[in-house]
Design a protein around this ligand. Structure first.
Ligand code: DI6
Ligand code: FE
Length: 408
């Protein structure tokens, strides 16, 4: 794309573009031009003169630093009250996640804490967590509801997510997760709860512009495929995209179900089988791997990465940041864990937190360094892209650019 004017020209950059199938889409000694909030030109510095543009308003020499697209966390539960460190301790003493949930802990204990918190308290706590993600390169974030489980408390969570986007200056995509668990008020009336969520809350919250996508926890300890299908039918009628927590603890056929609705993604997938993989490949439903939950639950069943690759299902990686199963506040760390635990290559893991993560959110305007893409960038203190997966912790980020401007 040519632009009438370049506002900024970054030179002396190693560009991991993820726009090509070459390793990391790497361009050595590259240059990247920004016009307005968009990337105007990407290429080798040597080709710059031939691009025939007038000098940019400002030129910044990055001295050989690595530049990637801003990182995209496509699955988080960042808004919640309290924490669950005590359950962490209980699990270390042998209690299972399912047993804690069945005994009324688990998601329900976070529901109680989230209901008790004010909107401002939730925002302050979520903003602290968001700062950690941003400090490790994130420029787009998905946030799910699902710890309110009354109409007012789900509304409260989704408003907090929207406010967090406005105050942090990054894109926050919201997802309605009313079918997360059956709340205490409906303990013996789950049918009535599903009906309430599908027929009342979903259209109400959608009408208020609070929902970008719809998700459910399809699991033995949560909701059945039939209940999930009912939700997805309502979402489809409202024109909302769907995604699903699928095949995390058991094989419920959730991935195949979300694929029949042309879903954006099926997430977790440790127990995914070939039927589910084929359905995802046919529908273009992406796989989102969540190694933080695998790690925290000391899971041993691996997601079928080889079969996903063979079927050509694109793989994204996310933090799943939540107080129960994945208290993980670094997306870069999630990518590193996807390599170490799931044997993704660093190239796959980094595509998983950039271009594939964007597609898993239905976003085509970001995730690669290419002309016309949003100028959301991460500039790093390392030179080799694989280092972003290899270092565990550390302050690797030099600077984020959001919408064409350096971010604080
Ligand atoms: N995402 C979820 O929604 C559940 N597991 C997961 O990975 C439960 C989250 C929780 O226990 O709070
Ligand atoms: Fe989750």
């Amino acid at each position: 794309m040519t632009a009438p004017r370049w506002d900024v020209l970054l030179t002396g950059a190693r560009l991991a573009t993820f726009a090509e199938d070459t390793p990391f889409g790497l361009i050595d000694d590259g240059a990247l031009a920004i016009a307005g909030d968009r990337i105007a030109w990407v290429g080798r510095r040597a080709e710059l003169a031939a691009a025939g543009h007038p000098p940019a308003v400002e030129t910044v020499d990055l001295g050989g630093a690595l530049v990637t697209p801003g990182l995209i966390d496509c699955h988080t539960h960042l808004v919640f009250g309290g924490h669950r460190a005590r359950e962490f301790d209980m699990r270390l003493h042998g209690a299972s996640y399912e047993a804690i949930a069945r005994a009324g802990g688990g998601i329900l204990s976070t529901v109680a804490a989230t209901r008790a918190a004010s909107e401002d308290e939730l925002l302050a706590a979520a903003a602290t967590r968001a700062r950690a993600l941003l400090a490790d390169g994130v420029t787009t974030l998905e946030i799910k509801s699902g710890y309110g489980l009354t109409l007012l408390d789900e509304q409260k969570m989704l408003r907090v997510a929207r406010r967090l986007g406005a105050q942090s200056g990054i894109t926050v995509c919201t997802t309605f997760l009313g079918l997360h668990t059956v709340p205490p008020e409906f303990r013996d009336r789950r049918g009535a709860y599903v009906a309430e969520v599908c027929d009342h809350w979903l259209p109400t919250l959608a009408g208020e512009g609070l929902i970008d996508a719809v998700d459910a926890f399809c699991e033995q300890i949560a909701f059945t495929p039939e209940e999930t299908r009912r939700l997805f039918e309502r979402a489809r009628a409202l024109g909302l995209p769907v995604k699903l927590h699928a095949e995390q603890l058991s094989d419920q056929g959730g991935a195949a179900l979300v694929a029949t609705f042309g879903g954006l993604s099926a997430d977790h997938l440790e127990h995914l089988d070939e039927t589910g993989i084929e359905a995802m490949a046919r529908a273009g439903t992406m796989a989102v791997l969540l190694p933080g939950a695998f790690y925290a639950l000391r899971e041993t069943k691996l997601p079928p990465v080889d079969s996903l690759r063979a079927a050509g299902v694109p793989i994204a990686v996310a933090t799943d940041c939540n107080p129960g199963t994945s208290p993980l506040l670094s997306l870069r760390m999630a990518a590193g864990m996807a390599c170490t635990l799931f044997r993704l290559t660093p190239d796959e893991a980094l595509r998983g937190i950039t271009v594939h993560a964007a597609r898993a959110l239905g976003l085509t305007d970001r995730g690669t360094l290419a002309g016309g893409q949003l100028a959301d960038l991460a500039v790093w203190n390392v030179r080799d892209p694989a280092e972003l997966c290899y270092w565990i912790g550390g302050n690797l980020l030099r600077q984020r650019w959001v919408g064409g401007r350096p971010a604080a």
